[in-house]
Write a protein that binds this ligand. Sequence first.
Ligand code: CMC
Length: 437
Amino acid sequence: MAKEALKIVDQRTDMEYEVPVHKGTIRARDLRQIKSGPDDFGLMTYDPSFMNTASCRSAITFADGERGILRYRGYPIEQLAEKCTFLEVAYLIVHGELPNEQQLKSWVNEITFHSMLHETTKKFLEGFRYDAHPMGMFISTVAALSTVHPEARDVHDPANRLRQIHRLIGKVPTIAAYTYRHSRGMPYVYPDSDLGYCENFMNMLWRLAEPKYHANPALSRALDILFILHADHEQNCSTNVMRAVGSSQTDPYLCVAAAAAALSGPLHGGANEEVVKLLDEIGSKDRVPAYIEQVKAGHGKLMGFGHRVYKHYDPRARIIRWAAEQVFATTGKNPKLEIALELERIALEDEYFIKRKLYPNVEFYSGIIYQALGFKPDMFTVLFAIPRTVGWLAQWKEMLEDPEQKTARPRQIYTGHAQRDVVPMEQRAGTTLAAER
Ligand code: CMC
């Protein structure tokens, strides 16, 4: 059998090195021994945006972008979406195994028990302007929880860590619902512990004067499925932030707030809001070809298309299309669906998109369903952040338990000036002007 090693010849010195290969990867640290001379720091790799760098070992999520596969802890996403509830999947992601009946019961109890917010947190939310973006309110309020639960700073105590995990999973829907009620000037609705995770969320969002809120089961199940699909996605931008911030032993509330901030960008979780804006801008099916031509000419991107990992159909997008049909059977069709289907049809036949392997991603259809469920576009990314909190926390826990992980601290290639001396102020203006000329 061939040796699992890489032979490197440094043509600067004619030296030869052997670097072990494990799971198709070499350790960047092994390159450090390769030096051009005794004063050389040693060879580094340069990889802006982590295009080809594994930053950790993880046993949580497996995504194969070429084959369109996504699995949590080994289970295909299709089976989890069909057979499990979101909280069952959350247990799986955090603990590594599907729960038995007893484990699920106590997990659900713990999360439900922690769904209430401290009254001061409610007051904190009241301080936002009526038109504040819900994602900004969500991020800030999650960060503010750090002041309510200062014991969370002890990140090395496993029992304490787990308590914060229960709290965060329990509280994020409450915060999300409160941001929604606040922006509409409606009184807050307290969590109802008789209800399931998604039903209770819908209760906190939409309950008016009725004594008990009853969610439409088809709609709450669709939301549950959307939450399952968004629960984790290995080392994406926000998860990388969660791990990086957590690596300095920051408490999990601040880590989740930081990760949610990364998620809010339009190229990541903010894409769902942008897709709906784009469909509105297109306006009708017959205007799709002209829009595609505009994108191909370099005027903007087709939001909801493309993925760093998936160079094939995003398996989540397929399930979302199915879930959309279930929702529309109850709510009636969202007229934007027709435009979205036409966009997908034309884009998938177009050389520009074929060549770049650009397929619809999870966000392409999610906004259309959220809208049919009654959400305004500014809530879409918050709806992504609720389930992704589970993935962030599982990744954070895994990182803290990994003895190889240290404070995240990349290297750089310095491109600035070599050493130079400070010029006194009276001589400076002239020198600057001369340099500019
Ligand atoms: N529309 C048009 N062209 C695109 C698109 C798009 N949506 N995405 C990528 N391209 C082009 C890009 O211009 C480039 O073309 P060229 O080679 O001629 O310069 C090529 O495809 C490669 O793109 P890239 O930006 O180098 O690829 P990336 O892996 O860095 O970007 C991405 C991945 C998701 C940021 C990008 O595809 C994108 O901006 N998509 C739109 C935003 C979006 O839908 N984001 C949600 C991602 S899924 C949810 C999540 O996990 O965040």
